[in-house]
Design a protein around this ligand. Structure first.
Ligand SMILES: Nc1ncnc2c1ncn2[C@@H]1O[C@H](COP(=O)(O)OP(=O)(O)O)[C@@H](O)[C@H]1O
Ligand SMILES: [Mg+2]
Length: 500
């Protein structure tokens, strides 16, 4: 990825017109210049975009979606989150419902504009080609459902080695034109779980994520960007829906997902608190949207609200929620896949690293060889000393033997020591004999050890000559040098020498 920059989450507020049933109601919202909005005449908020009830779908698309579409074409990921209470106009604005075929919302307009621009780009650039694919997910009570895929397929949310969030097992349909793309949007919308509550007859009780993936190929370069359109389920508090049983359970699950989303938004936006932990893992919704919030995505939150007095509390909650999102700053970068030059550069770096680690390995082997040579030298000296000692002891023994033989033949009176015991039986003689035996054993051991060291050294020399290039992931051989035992022996030898 190249060209990283920061971008705050942009927030748009759209207030729908009063419905037929609300005609008698008072408007709880007033609009002021410079994108300011106030609720019940006191609480004031400023947003990036404010759309009063008379704003139409075209205006919304032109002002807050086209900038994201342009960035998407440049290779940036983008996300639009539609937030608000049930019946506030989320699905209408996004245009991902089945009934909005005339006054199209954001997605259909986006799709037509996207293909138009891609064809225009193709006419300008010689070797330019592209591929568009779509996926449609639903999150219903913490269950992920692939609206375009087979039922029962296991969907998981994973994080790749670069920290990007991947939705494993989600079906991606490649599309050739806007018509085909819209057919998948319709297919998924029909499959979407809907159920009725007191708030809205066809209220969507789930979060829906419609994603468009764009792959662009030009001169050995590949740009991959994703656009997520997220139609969140109603944000109203449970008691307002008069829901019971399954509907109440749904409500709790929706609220906990949105609560987790709110906590993530707070943690990301509140710089003064310096929060290091962002609770993405608290719900599947926040985990799914991890990349869009605080990650690598241009993000727009479209907060939808009802102007009716009866909804004033929910409207105020929506505006407070949206206001928190304005503080979030995302790190965004173009998703460019590596070209040939980049790949070669990476190979060179990897090979350099391998050579460096091979040098380290050779260095370690040389050190080990030096240590072994020193050990061999010490052992040779010890061997020499032992040989001399042995020769001396042998000489002494021969003298004694000679003397004893002379005694046997009566030539020399038998050797008696001071306390009149025969020299043959003398304790000194017995000790000498023992020393000779142990020295013989020690000499044999030392000779064997020397032989072993020489063999090992010979093996090392052969390893270095035979295979000079070890891959970096091979461990250097471990040489077990018996320094402790040889030291002990040297100490013992010293003692014996003094004795003789
Ligand atoms: N800006 C708008 N202009 C006209 N009608 C709207 C607008 N926003 C919403 N509506 C109407 O309000 C009703 C509820 O909208 P919907 O998008 O289904 O709400 P939500 O998805 O938030 O539950 C729909 O009948 C829709 O046509
Ligand atoms: Mg809806």
């Amino acid at each position: 990825m190249t060209g990283t920059s920061t971008s705050s989450v942009r927030v748009a507020v759209r207030v729908r017109p009063l419905t037929e049933q609300e005609r008698q109601q008072q408007m709880s919202i007033t609009f002021q210049p410079n994108n300011q909005i106030s609720v019940s005449g006191d609480k004031s908020f400023t947003f990036d975009y404010v759309y009063p009830p008379h704003s139409d779908q075209q205006e919304v698309f032109n002002t807050c979606v086209i900038p994201l579409l342009n960035k998407f074409l440049e290779g940036y990921n983008s996300t639009i989150l539609a937030y608000g209470q049930t019946g506030s106009g989320k699905t209408y604005s996004m245009g991902i419902g089945i009934e909005y075929t005339t006054n199209e919302g954001i997605v259909p307009r986006f799709v037509h504009s996207l293909f138009q621009q891609l064809h225009h780009k193709q006419s300008l650039l010689d070797s330019f080609s592209f591929q568009v694919s779509v996926s449609f997910l639903e999150l219903h009570q913490e269950d992920l459902v692939d609206l375009l895929g087979d039922k029962g397929f296991n969907l998981t949310i994973r994080e790749d080695t670069h920290g990007n969030i991947c939705w494993a097992g989600v079906k991606e349909e490649v599309v050739c034109d806007p018509k085909e793309l819209m057919s998948f949007l319709r297919k998924g919308s029909i499959a979407r779980t809907t159920a009725s509550t007191d708030m809205n007859h066809n209220s969507s009780r789930s979060h829906a994520i419609f994603s468009v993936v764009l792959r662009q190929f030009h001169q050995n370069k590949k740009l991959v960007s994703k656009f997520h359109f997220v139609d969140l389920a109603g944000s109203e508090r449970l008691k307002r829906t008069n829901a019971v049983g399954d509907r109440a359970r749904e409500g709790i699950s929706i609220n906990s997902g949105l609560l987790a989303l709110g906590n993530v938004i707070s943690a990301l936006g509140d710089e003064s608190r310096r929060v290091s932990h962002i609770p993405y893992r608290d719900s599947k919704l926040t985990r799914l949207l991890q990349d869009s919030l605080g990650g690598n995505s241009q993000t727009l939150m479209l907060a939808c609200a009802s102007p009716a007095d009866i909804n004033v509390t929910e409207t105020l909650n929506t505006l407070k929620y949206a206001n928190r999102a304005r503080n979030i700053r995302n790190r965004v970068a173009v998703n460019q896949e590596m070209g040939e030059t980049e790949k070669l550069k990476q190979t060179i770096t990897r090979l350099k690293e391998e050579i460096r680690s091979n040098d380290d390995f050779l260095h370690a082997v040389n050190n080990e060889m030096d240590a072994l040579k020193r050990e061999v030298q010490v052992l040779s000296t010890t061997l020499q000393q032992k040989s001399i000692e042995l020769a001396c002891v042998k000489c002494e023994r021969d003298q004694y033997k000679h003397q004893l033989m002379a005694d046997d033949h009566g030539l020399i009176p038998p050797m008696m020591d001071d306390d009149q015991t025969l020299v043959n039986d003398h304790p000194l003689m017995t000790e000498y004999a023992q020393i000779i035996e142990s020295l013989k054993i020690e000499l044999l051991q030392t000779q064997e050890k020397l032989k072993l060291s020489q063999e090992r050294q010979h093996d090392d020399d052969e390893t270095l000559v035979g295979s000079p290039c070890h891959s970096s992931n091979q461990c250097p051989p471990v040489y077990v040098s018996d320094k402790t035992s040889s030291n002990k022996k040297r100490h013992r030898v010293g003692r014996r020498s003094n004795f003789s």
